[in-house]
Design a protein around this ligand. Structure first.
Ligand SMILES: [Mg+2]
Length: 389
């Protein structure tokens, strides 16, 4: 199978919300289509990829480096061992030619969105859902019958009666079938945050069903003040309590033992993960790790991260990847990870599930359609449509 073209477009995500660190009204994402010379039902077989959330589109890097490398490669450089197919692991090695060790950051997301498209392609070539392909290849064929998911929301919005708005938002998620929730904190005065948390707890039913996310905005004093004030709520976890790369401060917060911690969405490689493990003071029995699959170069690097974590005593159930979109759902299901983060609002490009997929009692049953399923989510399908001709 030969890659004949790779098409790319950048779309606005334009969501009127913010966390303690950034606003999302100018956020963008890249959508890519990898086109091949294999014809199925009269059309070229294609793989689709959509960026993870929160790092903007990757068009420049894609056009300058990673798309040209794939297009210039010989088909035998990325061919699967069997059948007329592409092996995403071999294609990944092609993309990373002449990339120096340690130069992570934005390039990790550019490679990650192409990697997502290559896995979609591989699954479609086999006629299987992506989770099944990943489970067979990397998890001994095991895949859960139902995947735990949680509703991520509770952003700061302008002009609302915040406590009431949070309660209404989480009630809507509960009506959709969610039983676990996460809201933003640290972007307002403590009194406001406490009122928001108490409104959320009234819907969630208790601290064990509610996590909070500080988005790495707090300095040392603010982090200790906030965690100290929130510890009595017994929350499920406190996410990114301080600068995500300040491992010494994280270790100090961890040792203070306020609440279970979660972090990792701003770690972009296995090497960075190793540093987090060495110096961040996190505990596998208490905490969770949230490396974002598509922002850490996609599945090949994420597998290295999982191997490293398992070696350090972290069970896969403690891994809850950042960014709730369909691709990460398949990886959570296929690798048997702890939980899928979902933005429940299907009107968002990165929110919700494909048509006909429902959340039941906080779980989603993996679906059987081949590939990732971007085409089966109406608003995403409209984004991809211009790339398919
Ligand atoms: Mg977060």
């Amino acid at each position: 199978m030969k890659i004949t073209a790779i098409r790319e477009t950048m779309v606005p995500l334009a969501a009127p919300m913010r966390n303690a660190d950034i606003a999302f009204d100018a956020m963008t994402a890249s959508a890519v289509a990898v086109v091949t010379d294999r014809i199925v039902d009269g059309r070229p077989l294609m793989g689709l990829g959509f960026d993870s959330i929160g790092r903007y589109g990757h068009g420049g890097l894609l056009r300058e480096r990673f798309i040209p490398r794939l297009l210039a490669a010989r088909p035998e450089d990325y061919a699967a061992a069997a059948g007329d197919a592409i092996d995403p692991l071999r294609a990944w090695a092609v993309m990373m030619r002449n990339e120096k060790a340690g130069g992570h950051g934005e390039r990790a997301g550019a490679v990650g969105v192409l990697d997502a498209a290559l896995w979609d392609l591989a699954a479609k070539a086999e006629g299987k859902p992506l989770w099944r392909v990943l489970a067979d290849r990397f998890n001994g064929g095991r895949a859960p019958a139902r995947v735990p998911t949680y509703a991520s929301g509770g952003h700061y919005r302008e002009g609302a009666d915040e406590a009431r708005a949070i309660a209404a938002e989480l009630s809507a998620y509960r009506a959709l079938g969610y039983t676990q929730f996460k809201i933003k904190v640290g972007g307002a005065a403590l009194d406001r945050d406490k009122a928001r948390i108490e409104a959320a707890l009234a819907v969630a039913g208790g601290g064990g069903a509610l996590a909070v996310d500080g988005n790495g905005a707090a300095d040392r004093a603010a982090a200790f003040a906030l965690l100290g004030a929130l510890a009595p709520y017994g929350l499920r976890w406190f996410e990114e309590p301080c600068d995500p790369l300040d491992y010494a401060l994280l270790a100090e917060i961890s040792a203070a033992g306020f609440l279970p911690l979660a972090t990792g969405e701003n770690v972009f490689s296995a090497a960075d993960t190793r540093n987090l493990l060495r110096y961040g003071g996190l505990k596998p029995a208490r905490d969770r790790l949230q490396m974002d699959i598509s922002l850490t170069y996609g599945v090949p690097e994420y597998l290295r991260i999982v191997a490293l974590l398992e070696e350090a005593g972290w069970p896969r159930t403690r891994l809850v990847p950042h960014a709730g979109h369909l691709f990460s759902f398949h990886v959570v299901a296929g690798l048997g990870l702890g939980s899928h983060e979902a933005a429940p609002d299907g009107r968002l490009l990165f929110g919700g599930y494909p048509e006909g997929v429902a959340v039941e009692d906080g779980h989603v049953t993996p679906w059987d359609a081949p590939g990732t399923g971007f085409e089966r989510k109406e608003n995403l399908n409209r984004v991809f449509a211009p790339l398919l001709d």
